[in-house]
Design a protein around this ligand. Sequence first.
Ligand code: ZN
Ligand code: ZN
Length: 305
Amino acid sequence: MVEKSFLVQKFAKLGIGSLHIVGYSVAGEETVVQIPELNVCFDIGRCPYFALTSDFICLSHTHMDHLAGLGYYLSQRHFQGMKAGTVFLPREVERPVDALLKCWRDVERQGTPYKLIPMSAGQMYELRRDFGIRAFQTHHGGVSLGYSLVSIREKLKPEYANVEGRELAAMRKKGIEIQYRIEVPLVACLGDTTTGNVFDHPDVQNAQILITEVTFFDADHKTKAKAGRHLHIDHFVELLPKLKNEHIVISHVSRRTGIRRAKQMLRKRVGDEQMKRIHFLMDFEHAKDAGEIEDSAPPPPDTAE
Ligand SMILES: [Zn+2]
Ligand SMILES: [Zn+2]
């Protein structure tokens, strides 16, 4: 008698306005969060197949659960005839990551192309005239960055609101600055971080969608949060009043708590009204193909989350 069954890893897909958030995030195991419409993936996890379609990867830090699939991502894209992947990463780790990828080239005997863009906190990289990626400091111990995806728009200065089009064109020809620039943070993703002044950053407070970790929920996990430099529910509840985001997506929840319990605990603390804008990435409760991710796996070790 042979018994056959399938084990399927479930990925989340959240539709928020005109954007989707596709991903998988469990503390210590794997974190990869894609915004397909913006062509960006925050961290790469073990590179699930959907992540291959993003041209840009924003690496928050170099813990294995966030970075393991990088070599596979670049190699597969090359193998499948896609253009070279571009990877934003903290400036301090550019050299070892570059060495790692060169080593993979030798191991695989394939000239996999890639582009690394080293970033520092506060730096804005404009991919297009109307779109940029900004890095900001997070607090995960060692080297870590968060990223915001910023829509750049030009608006007519209010003093020219009643001037006719032809006249405006003539003014522009003369070199008169008739427009001003506004930056609208669409999505900010923190990667792994504990509490700190990253939550005072304007992009973090104002992004339409904030993706933040909250790893620990149980009262006796507060020391774990401190040791691993992660957020505990107590931090998040304290930070929430200053976050003006339309939507907040919680990632990186520890398996020790599980999504259902984490959601109940948070609802008790912040109330139904706040929960309308708070979503757990790995919450499959109301998903079309409803079902929980397996909670039976052993809890991950305390380190390297
Ligand atoms: Zn992590
Ligand atoms: Zn980490």
